[in-house]
Design a protein around this ligand. Structure first.
Ligand code: AFP
Length: 365
């Protein structure tokens, strides 16, 4: 394996080619998806950079499938991704956080052997105030017979992802991805329009510094979640307090914790018994990256990557980041029923777990 340091000049293209060479049977299709994603990142970065100038700030009158008002840039970013991928011959289907149904490959184009799930512009309610946003993506191999992609191809547990990543539109634009061979970060050099390897083999620091959580929901958390947060904050006298940092834009919060060490939490609460974040477009891809960087992700019952999805827009509670901090969640077991329905759904939908798995016996994260 070629060993790169943060001081070698390596374009994302060269890096992807070098990784592909490690697999003699590789056809280059997955590499093609990653190049296309880097291209998408540059195109969306360009739109985000000029958002304030082009009179495209503010909400459209449309709402997405979650019932949220779509920002115009969400719509634009969604279109950029779909158009970059629907004719390339590498995908047989897609699913987007912004679209209700499976996105089929148009007639006349050859379907490929992968499916792509993506959140085109996560954190988009922050655009009006110039806060970092991101694109998140997840790739699976097709598992059904026939040439066209089906729902079953999209509803696979995160453990089966073959690639995942995100693009952060922050003070600089960065793409971080994994194909299961470590997590690697690339920074866009705007003067040459290339992503250059800047963060090879990212390892999330074991000594966490940050806690990212929205305290506004504290009154709606179950008692074990409140106790967990008191522990993170050092209020129960058991440990040193973590610093609290919350942007409210998942990619930005995750990226800071990935590099600096920390845990992002979006617990279930009585008003949102399944949390807010989407399993397929947000939790799974970031969980894959976290694990590849030596971290972990759980939903309060077990590993995120073991959850068998049942619907495209499924939500999940999420604890994500440094391993020790995520493992702490299992010491604060949630009551059997956080809210009507949640335990039955969780027990029944975890891949490989019997429907009756009691919470206290949930697999360790
Ligand atoms: P938007 O895309 O509506 O801005 O939501 C962003 C997000 O999905 C995720 O990026 C944040 O971590 C989370 O929601 C913030 O949610 P709260 O505002 O409830 O804390």
């Amino acid at each position: 394996m070629v060993k790169h340091t943060a001081t070698s000049v390596v374009t994302i293209e060269r890096f992807i080619i070098e990784q592909e060479r490690m697999f003699p049977d590789a056809t280059g299709e997955l590499s093609g998806i990653l190049y296309d994603m880097a291209l998408v990142g540059k195109m969306i970065a360009n739109k985000v950079r000029s958002a304030g100038l082009a009179d495209i700030l503010g909400a459209t009158s449309d709402t997405n499938v979650q019932g949220e008002v779509q920002q115009k840039l969400d719509v634009i970013a969604n279109e950029i991704v779909v158009k970059a991928f629907d004719h390339g011959g590498r995908l047989c289907a897609m699913a987007s956080e912004e679209e209700e149904d499976i996105i089929h490959i148009p007639e006349g184009f050859r379907p490929g052997k992968y499916v792509l799930l993506f959140d085109p512009l996560d954190g988009s309610s922050n655009i009006d105030v110039n806060v970092p946003v991101g694109t998140i993506f997840s790739v699976f191999r097709k598992i059904t017979r026939g040439s066209h992609g089906e729902m079953e191809d999209l509803l696979q547990p995160g453990r089966r992802q073959v690639a995942a990543g995100y693009i952060l539109y922050g003070s600089s634009t960065m793409m971080v991805y994994t194909t299961g061979q470590g997590a690697h970060g690339f920074t866009l050099d705007p003067s040459i329009g290339e992503f250059l390897l800047s963060h090879p083999n990212i390892r999330i620091p074991a000594n966490a510094r940050y806690l990212s959580v929205n305290d506004a929901y504290e009154q709606d958390w179950p008692e074990p979640t409140r106790a967990l947060m008191r522990r993170y904050r050092g209020l129960d006298g058991e440990r040193k307090a973590l610093n609290v940092r919350y942007v409210g834009s998942l990619v930005a919060d995750f990226h800071r914790n990935l590099l600096g060490g920390g845990v992002f939490c979006y617990p279930a609460n009585t008003k949102s018994p399944n949390g807010k974040l989407r399993l397929l477009y947000e939790a799974n891809p970031l969980a894959f990256i976290a694990e590849q960087a030596g971290g972990a992700a759980c939903d309060g019952y077990g590993s995120i990557l073991d959850v068998q999805p049942t619907e495209l827009h499924q939500r999940t509670p999420l604890y994500l980041g440094s391993k020790d901090e995520v493992e702490l969640v299992s010491q604060f077991p949630l009551p059997k029923f956080v809210a009507p329905g949640i335990q039955e759904r969780r027990g029944a939908s975890r891949a490989g777990a019997p429907a009756s798995t009691p919470v206290s016996a949930a697999p360790a994260v």
